[in-house]
Design a protein around this ligand. Structure first.
Ligand code: URA
Length: 196
């Protein structure tokens, strides 16, 4: 089984797509390597690029607050993005960027083997669930990707601009908290054949 350190080593000083040209730092991921919950975002923004850590800007502050609704602290979970480098002007990820970068996310998921994958926003949700369905229809549900339970949620950055999403995000994180309590002790054992 590949460890997180090995995945990071494999990524190296990645130059597999054009995003390497403008980045300050690769934003690999942060948190507990044995976390029950892995949060998957889209791509680093300006602050994340500067600090080399996911979700440290405004959306990150809100995410920390939302984690509290689930009874979680940031250090108890693992957070990573689909793309490890910041797209210029925070534009949407391109298909070829996802293609070359996402295998590292897949390896991170296998290494951590969390019980729950929380996908934030459209890109992460569509990628993990291999769906074209938008997040508005997907949120509020617990779905399955291989052996992993997937909980799609609005992206916290979207809720900063559209306050109607705030209550729904709080509700979804509370649902996650309930699931964690109900299924405490039933942690699934990973296998290197687990697909996501
Ligand atoms: N938005 C994301 O999707 N990821 C980050 O790390 C920061 C903002």
């Amino acid at each position: 089984m590949t460890t997180l350190e090995e995945v990071r080593e494999d990524l190296g000083d990645c130059r597999r797509c054009e995003l390497c040209e403008g980045r300050a730092n690769i934003v690999f991921g942060v948190g507990d390597p044995h976390a029950r919950v892995m949060i998957i975002g889209e791509a680093p923004g300006k602050n994340e690029d500067i600090q080399g850590e996911p979700f440290v800007g405004a959306a990150g502050k809100f995410l920390n607050e939302l984690l509290g609704e689930a009874g979680l602290k940031r250090e108890e979970i693992y957070i990573a993005n689909i793309l490890k480098c910041r797209p210029p002007q925070n534009r949407d990820p391109k298909v070829n960027e996802i293609e070359v970068c996402a295998p590292y996310l897949r390896e991170q998921v296998r290494a951590i083997h969390p019980d729950y994958l929380v996908t934030l926003g459209n890109f992460a949700t569509k990628f993990i669930l291999k769906t074209e369905c938008g997040i508005t229809n997907m949120r509020g549900n617990v779905l399955q990707a291989g052996r992993f339970a997937v909980i799609p949620m609005f992206h916290p950055a979207a809720a900063i601009y559209d306050r109607s999403k705030v209550d729904l995000l709080r509700q979804d994180f509370r649902m996650l908290g309930t699931l964690l309590v109900e299924n405490d002790g039933k942690r699934s054992k990973g296998s290197e054949h687990d697909e996501v």
